[in-house]
Design a protein around this ligand. Sequence first.
Ligand code: BES
Ligand code: ZN
Length: 643
Amino acid sequence: MKKYGLLATFVCAPVLFACSDNTSLSSPNTENEQAVASTSDSSADAAKHTDAGIASGVDYHSFANPNEIRVTHLSLDLTANFESKQLVGEVTLDVERTKPENNTLVLDTRALEIQRVSVEGESVPFEMGETDPDLGTPLTITLPSAANSVTVAYSTSPEASGVQWLTPAQTAGKKHPFLFTQAQAVHARSFIPLQDSPQVRVTYDATIKTPESLLAVMSASNDPTTERDGEYEFNMPQPIPSYLIALAIGDLEFKAMGERTGVYAEPALLESAAKEFEDTEAMLEVTEETYGPYQWDRYDLLILPPSFPFGGMENPRLSFITPTVIAGDKSLVSLIAHELAHSWSGNTVTNATWRDLWLNEGFTTYLTYRIMEMIYGHDRFKKEAVLGYQDLENDVAALEENDEILAIDLRGRNPDDVFSNIPYEKGALFLREIEHKIGRENFDAFLMQYFKDFAFKSITTDTFIAYLDDTLLKQYPDQLDANRIHTWIFEPGIPEGAPHPESDAFTKIDDTRSAWLSGDVKAADIETAQWTVHEWLYFLNNMPESLSEAQLAELDSAFSLTSTKNNEIAHSWLMIAVQNNYQPAYDRLYSYLVSIGRNKLVKPLYRELSKTPEGKAFAKRAFEEAKPGYHPLTVKANEGFVN
Ligand code: BES
Ligand code: ZN
C-alpha cells in the first residue's frame, strides 16, 4: 500500500471501468493507462482511482482508442484556401496495434468534412458517431487486417475552433491574409482527424500549399532560407503530442537573433520583435546549463497578429507569441522564458491528460522564474514572483474549491472553461517549497534527471508522485513528507506555511500608494522615473476597489495612464476605470477591446463591465465590433458576458 492514502485505495482494471462514475462524456478514452509512462514503481500507472472515482491516466477528453491501436506518425498534405477559409487535403496515419486483431481505429474530429477513407487507394468503411459539444465527433474506421496506415481525405470548417483565418485588414501589413492554428487543449481535431490526446505521441511530416506570396511555418523543421513558392515541406522527427501540432501562414519574414534562435514576423514587426526578444539565445543557454540539453534543434519565435488568443503557445521549435508583449523595454519577456521553458516541461515531458496540466504549466512557471532570475537578476525575479503570487491569491479568492486543486477533476468539462492561475502559480509554488526544503542545487539536479528520465513521455500526476517517492522522499526523508505533497496536489487553496514571495522594491510602492491615498503626497510629486512595468502593475493592482473621480483624474493627469503604450499597464488601469466607471478612459477601453484578442487581457474587462447594465451595453457594442476579428476561443470565452 502506498503512503499517499486515498490516492491508492483501490485499483480498477480497465475492463472494470464502469465502476467509476463516468460523467456526461459519452464515450471517453477509457483504456489509456498503459499508454502512459511508468516509473520503476509501475503500479502507480494502473487505473488508479481516487475517492472521487477519477481514473488516473484516463483521457476524458478524447474518443480515441490508442491502447488498442495507436497512431505513430502523420503525413499531412494540405492546401490553404483563403477564399473558402478551409484547409483541404489529406492525412495519412501510420498505426500500431496492441493486438493483431485490433482493426477498429477511433479518431477525434470536430466539424470536419470527411470525404474518403482509404488504405492503399481502396476505400474502407468509416462511421461518424454522435457529436459532443465539447469533444467533437468520433470517427470510427474499420481497417483491413494487417493494414498499417490509413489515409483520410477531408476539409476543415471555416469556423474550425482551432484555426483563425484573418483578412488582410486584420494583419499589420494590411495586404495579405493570415492563418494560424491553436491546438491546445482539444482543438487539433478541428483541423486534423487524429487521436487527439496528449498521451499519444506522433512524429509528422507535412506538405502545405499556400498562395505563392505567403510563407508557411510549422511546429517542425523550418528552413529560414526557403524559397517562397507556395509549397512548403516540414518534418518533425521527435514524437510530440497532438496539441503541439501547429501551422501559420502569412507574409512572414525571418531574422536571426542568435545561433539557434530567430524570429518570424510580418515585415512591419520584424525589427522591433528581434530587438525585444534578443535575450532569447541567452535564455536558451542558461536553461540548458541548469536543466539539461535542449532537445529540439532550433528555437524560433513566431509573432502573430493581435487576435492571437493567448500570450504564447509553446509549439515545438517555434513558439507562437502575441504581439502585445512587444513593449519596447523587454518588460514582458518573461513570456518568452515561459514558452522556451516548455521545451523541457511540457514538450519533452508532457502531461498525460488535461487533469495533469499543472505538470506542464506549474513546472514551466517555476522554470520561468528561475530563467528570469538568471538573465535579469534577483530583484526582477522577486517582483515577478510577488505579482504571480497575487494572481494566485486572487484566483483562490474567486474560484470554487474544486478548481483550486492541482490535479483538477475535469470530467464532463471543457478544459478551455477552466483556465486559471492555479496550475501555473500554485504548481510553481509547490516546486519552490521543495527547492527551499532540499536546497537549490539538489532540486536542480533532481529536475535535470526528471527531464531525462521522462524525455518524450507523457506522464500523470500519479507517476510524478511515485517518482518523488522513489527519489526525493527517499533521499531527503527529514526534509520532505508524503502527506505534505498530497496536500499540495489534492487539496484546495494555498497550503499553510507555503513560500510567500516578497520584494523590497514593492514595500516602497506600498508606502507610496498609502501616502497618496491618505492625501500626504500628490501624484505629480511621486518619483516614478525608476519604475519598471512591475512597479506600475503593483501600484495599480493593489489600489482599493473604489476611488473617487478626482483621484482617478489626478492619477491619469500625472501619469497619462489612459494613453500608456504598455498593454499590461493599460489592462490594470482599465480594470480600475471600469470598477469606478471612469468615463475619460472609455474610448481607450473601447479601442483596447476591439484591437486585442488575447483572452487574458480582455476577458477580465468584459467580466467587470458585465456587472452593470450600462457597462454591459458598452461591452456589447465593443464585442460586436470586435467579434469578426476575434479568435473563436475569445468569442466563446466572452460572449456570455454580453448576452
Ligand atoms: N500552453 C499555454 C497556453 C495554453 C494552456 C493553451 C492551456 C491552452 C490550454 C502557454 O504556454 C501559456 O501558458 N501561455 C500563457 C503565458 C503566460 C503564463 C506567461 C498565456 O498565454 O498567457
Ligand atoms: Zn505555459
